[in-house]
Design a protein around this ligand. Structure first.
Ligand SMILES: Nc1nc2c(ncn2[C@@H]2O[C@H](COP(=O)(O)OP(=O)(O)OP(=O)(O)O)[C@@H](O)[C@H]2O)c(=O)[nH]1
Ligand SMILES: [Mg+2]
Length: 367
């Protein structure tokens, strides 16, 4: 019979699948917990015996057949190696956030693992770009988590401004759930708390200054995360958060706070693209050519829909841009595989970097 699972881990998502992964490790005297922070060289793993600092140089992820080192949200088995601790196995990941590594454009970067809901966070103190929302949705769909748009700082927007943003979001087919919040007035916090129950994981993604850490603090009920003010000129943030961190919430569930995204490049998100653009997918069978790219082919039903006003021009443009970016990623990936003298598959393992690598200035490549 397996021992009773630790209540604090059950509250942040320990379930039967994790139990299955954990059983042989526990039997072998290792501890199993959830990665709550990653930084250069060390990963913090929350275990029933407290936080364990695992030395990444000792982690045996390659030997254990893992794609890369642990990321925040992973369930990990930790072994004592001499006087240090090392992660020796990771549970299969469900619901990941993967983007193109901003430094290495032919690599993937897993941002967080075992995520149930991704909150795409936008501050209402500055314009909300529908194109950014679309881009985030593609990424979230591809990773298998549920998307949710979180509009923060409701107290900083007029009723008309809020209405305009909500109307814009409503034009997206299959509009994701939208939650409007303000930490000043408490608006929407109950709704977010409900997303976390009973033991779900919410990852917050968005630009610097959007209010991710402020919201995290409100959800965990304590000022654990640093908060920075935004520039008066353009309401941009100052990249206050530099590492990803998973924090348990008092009622159950966990929130993952992440550094502000400067670059949100696509990585292998063809399925995510299709899910985020069901309107274009629905039109495609009416194109003359089965492999129509909806760019300039004759008899293209998508372009016809744009001409007739059935499909917004900006949405078509957005689709084409994201598609081109994915093709570019694929070309680079294939070129890399060729350079390494392998076949097209299996693809090279995504390289995983720690949160500090997010700090590279590609701020404007998103819109
Ligand atoms: N008026 C108002 N301001 C808010 C609200 N939430 C956050 N802010 C402010 O927005 C600014 C940025 O907040 P942060 O939580 O640091 O933003 P962040 O998304 O974590 O930023 P990075 O860590 O840089 O990515 C701070 O000055 C907060 O006080 C809100 O609900 N209302
Ligand atoms: Mg922050």
């Amino acid at each position: 019979m397996s021992p009773t699972p630790d209540a604090s881990l059950v509250r942040i998502g320990w379930d039967d699948e994790v139990e299955q992964f954990a059983a042989p490790h526990l039997a072998a005297g290792r501890s199993v917990g959830r990665v709550s922070a990653t930084s250069r060289g060390f990963d913090t793993v929350r275990t029933p015996d407290g936080d364990v600092l695992s030395d990444r140089s000792l982690a045996r992820h390659r030997a254990a057949g893992l794609d890369g080192p642990p990321v925040v949200g992973d369930w990990a088995a930790v072994e004592q190696v001499d006087r240090a601790a090392a992660v020796v196995a990771l549970a299969p990941r469900r619901g990941v956030v993967v983007r193109r590594d901003p430094g290495e454009h032919a690599d993937a970067q897993v941002v967080a693992a075992n995520v149930d809901v991704v909150g795409c966070v936008f501050g209402l103190d500055r314009p909300v770009s529908l194109r950014r929302v679309e881009r985030l949705l593609v990424l979230v769909h591809e990773g298998g988590a549920s998307p949710c748009v979180i509009l923060t700082k409701a107290d900083a927007a007029s009723v008309e401004e809020l209405r305009a943003v909500l109307d814009d979001l409503a034009t997206l087919p299959g509009t994701p759930p939208v939650v409007v919040t303000s930490v000043r007035t408490g608006t929407g916090l109950d709704d977010i708390n409900r997303l976390l129950l009973p033991a779900r994981t919410l990852a917050l993604l968005g630009e610097s200054g959007a209010g991710k850490s402020t919201l995290t603090n409100a959800l965990v009920g304590s000022d654990l995360q640093h908060v920075g003010d935004v520039r008066a000129r353009d309401r941009r943030g100052r990249h206050t958060t530099t590492v990803r961190r998973l924090l348990p919430c008092p009622e159950g569930g966990a929130v993952i706070d992440t550094p502000g995204l400067r670059a949100l490049g696509m990585w292998d998100a063809v399925e995510g693209l299709a899910e985020a653009f069901p309107d274009i997918v629905a039109l495609a069978p009416r194109c003359r050519f089965r492999n129509c790219t909806h760019r300039d082919e004759p008899g293209c039903a998508v372009r016809r829909a744009v001409a007739s006003g059935e499909l917004a021009k900006a949405r078509h443009r957005s689709y084409l841009d994201l598609r081109a970016e994915l093709d570019d990623v694929e070309d680079r990936r294939v070129a890399r595989v060729r350079r390494h003298g392998e076949g097209r598959r299996p693809r090279p393992a995504p390289r995983v970097t720690d949160g500090l690598d997010e700090i590279d200035d590609l701020d404007d490549d998103v819109d």
